[in-house]
Design a protein around this ligand. Structure first.
Ligand code: SAH
Length: 498
């Protein structure tokens, strides 16, 4: 079988700036070869058995020399593999993509190029700088700042200085003095605005604005480092109005998400989409219990008047067992379905079940108050729930009628997080979010004796009163508690915390 190589532009960093075609290539590849500027989040999208090869690449510190990169690409394709060579930005903008493709041509290897959004344009956009603008620039030039001596001669500095268009230098930080000196010498106005955009489109994007004559000093002073774009031109002025990205609510904020790995994506996604960086430290893991008892009660469901779900997991596992038994939601016929809150109801809705009873506040106390209004002594209630959950609801309902609890699952510590917990908590995170009491207990357990020290200075955000109580029981301080006990409630705390 003949292999094939896709040279894919991954865009400037924000993973959502990858093209649909690029993503398609990642999903079908046997081998992915990537470097520092291609966001490694994409690797999650690859096939399970896909091979990943990191080939580094920092402007002056190539981990694999270019000819070896070329060789690896060719060799994998000749083995008959589908290969994606993932490159930051656009593959043909200073990425040596042209050379890589030529090697493939020479070797007779089938290839396709998937263009990407170049940092030279997309990166500027996220810094609030339009590369052209009718009032300021009617052309643009993208120039490499990483110049060999012979290349420097090739650049017509006089033309660049006098063209009035926007100049964007890539790989130029190390050569900044030379660049700004040459432009001024050749007649560019020393007061021309200059912007440095580092790690453009990522959560840690940083923009520094100055002018041409001060560019070098300011870059030194503000410690501007690669990868950065250098933008020279009046378009930089528009940034004051167009800087949408850095003005988002959570821009630059790092938030630890302690929910179970499987459930964290909802919160993480919300944080990331508002400009923050979700750091996932899943401290709980859901473990399914033996379902013999649950199966028995499902068979007897007709004898019950109510079924109560107190978590998304409870719903998910119930339906898994139902499915294994060859049954579906018709088993609920004649049974009132009660849900503790929004997330649980949503999970039920996904299966076409609209809960009959949902309390106003999403806690057990509130659900009990609501159920108390209609539950009679002749009723029978089934509660499939977590072994570790609170007893409150079952205990109170038992005072009224017959209640059967089935421990369909338990939450345990996610052992994988032990190794990373200390590093995560020692890093510069701003918030730690707790979405249940078990996230608190398990984080404390994982963090060990020094947990107070590790959490010092971090803002602890709680989803509701029960979780807050657990935080306080460990001698920690709740920074803020969500007004509504939902993931959105936690988000609201973060967003409104100015
Ligand atoms: N093919 C890439 C450029 C590769 S050269 C593209 O089209 O974007 C590498 C240089 O690109 C870096 O030194 C830096 O100047 C620039 N660069 C790439 N991604 C960047 C980012 N996210 N933020 C700032 N500069 C970036």
């Amino acid at each position: 079988m003949k292999g094939k190589v896709y040279l894919v532009g991954a865009g400037p960093g924000d993973t959502k700036l990858m093209t649909l075609k690029g993503l398609e290539c990642i999903k079908k590849s046997d081998v992915i070869i990537y470097d520092r500027l291609a966001n490694d989040k994409f690797l999650k999208e690859a096939k399970e058995d896909c091979e990943f090869i990191y080939v580094g690449k920092k402007s002056s510190n190539h981990i694999l020399p270019q000819d070896m990169i070329n060789e690896v690409i060719a060799q994998k394709a000749l083995e008959g593999k589908i290969v994606t060579r993932l490159k930051g930005g656009d593959p043909y903008v200073f990425g040596r993509g042209g050379e890589e493709a030529e090697v493939l041509y020479d070797e007779g290897i089938d290839f396709e190029i998937v263009p990407g959004i170049t940092s030279a344009i997309g990166g500027l956009c996220y810094a609030g700088i339009p590369i052209t603008h009718r009032d300021y620039a009617s052309s643009f030039h993208v120039i490499t700042g990483h110049l060999r001596e012979d290349e420097d001669k090739e650049i017509n500095w006089n033309a660049l200085a006098n063209c009035k268009g926007t100049l964007v230098f890539l790989m130029g930080i190390g050569n900044l003095k030379h660049i700004s000196d040459r432009l001024i010498e050749e007649g560019r106005d020393p007061k021309t605005p200059v912007a440095f955009v580092s790690w453009a489109t990522r959560y840690n994007q940083r923009t520094v604005v100055t002018d041409l004559e001060n560019a070098y000093e300011v870059a030194q002073e503000k410690k501007v480092k690669a990868p950065s774009l250098i933008v020279v031109g009046d378009v930089v002025k528009v940034r004051d109005k167009l800087n949408f990205f850095e003005n988002r609510d959570l821009f630059g904020k790092k938030v630890v998400v302690t929910r179970a790995r499987k459930q964290s994506s909802d919160l993480s996604e919300k944080i990331n989409s508002l400009g923050g960086k979700a750091v996932e430290l899943p401290v709980i893991k859901i473990e399914k219990n033996d379902d013999t008892e649950l199966r028995k009660e499902i068979e007897n469901l007709r004898d019950y008047t109510h079924i109560v779900f107190t978590s998304r997991n409870g719903v998910e596992l119930f339906f898994e067992t139902l499915d294994d038994m060859g049954l579906d939601s018709r088993v609920f016929f004649g049974v009132k379905v009660c849900s503790i809150g929004a997330g649980t109801s949503e999970e039920l809705m996904k299966r076409g079940i609209k809960a009959d009873i949902v309390p106003e506040r999403f806690v057990a106390e509130s659900l009990f108050e609501e159920m108390k209004k209609t539950v009679k002594s002749s009723d029978r209630i089934l509660i499939p729930r977590s072994e570790n959950a609170r007893e409150f609801l079952a205990d109170k309902l038992k005072e009224i009628c017959e209640v059967t609890e089935v421990f369909s699952y338990k939450t345990v510590i996610d052992e994988k997080s032990r190794e990373i917990a200390e590093d995560v908590l020692k890093s510069d995170v701003d918030y730690v979010t707790f979405t249940s009491s078990s996230t608190v207990k398990n984080l404390v357990e994982i963090a060990g004796e020094n947990y107070k020290e590790l959490l010092e200075g971090k803002k602890l955000v709680s989803i509701g009163p029960v979780t807050s109580r657990t935080i306080e029981e460990f001698g920690l301080e709740v920074y803020k508690e969500a007004e509504v006990s939902t993931i959105q409630g936690v988000m609201d705390v973060l967003v409104n915390d100015k």
